[in-house]
Design a binder for this molecule. Sequence first.
Ligand code: FMN
Length: 194
Amino acid sequence: MIKLQNEELKKEIRILGISGSLKNTSSNSALTRAIGGLMPRNVEYMVYGSLGELPHFSPDIDGDNSPAAVNDFRRLLKNADGVIVCTPEYAFNLPGVLKNALDWTVSTGEFYEKPTAVISASPLPSGGDKAHYSVMMTMTAMQATVTDKAKLMIPSINKKMQGDEIKDDDMRDKLIAVVNELLRVIAEKPGFKL
Ligand SMILES: Cc1cc2nc3c(=O)[nH]c(=O)nc-3n(C[C@H](O)[C@H](O)[C@H](O)COP(=O)(O)O)c2cc1C
């Protein structure tokens, strides 16, 4: 099993996990929660749980009086040193609810140079590759920092999780590698003091 490499970092690191699925039994939400168990002790990991409460994005309701749910989402992102997005694929694209959430951050720039990991997971052999590319296009537009090693597409996810438990050693290793990469990028960010 791959080892976590960042235990020695003294500073508390905050990471926000976001699942692109609203389904109660979502494999991506289970994965997002399970990733918390792979974090070193100095990481404060939080899973965002209000994706479905964000209103439909419109510039008309953005600004000084933007909705409370949007302000909360933006604050959580701003306070996070890094973000992990886990998304399913719907009709060859990312779920609308996730795109909606990301659209709320374009004008305020919470993803600008934010160390971010992008994971897609699907029961199909493609691993949600098209949703992954779509999320990456949005991340590129927002100038998030997503390195190649912080990207993962997971096929056959239905066989690799049991509830919130990771059942596949290869997938666990790949997830740990993604976590290590995200922590490395965070630690190397200019201004990040250990
Ligand atoms: C409306 C709909 C469209 C879907 N389209 C795709 C697709 O294009 N590609 C894919 O890999 N899976 C597709 N799926 C299957 C999802 O990958 C599967 O339902 C998966 O479990 C969703 O992720 P979740 O468990 O995290 O909600 C689709 C499912 C639904 C309900």
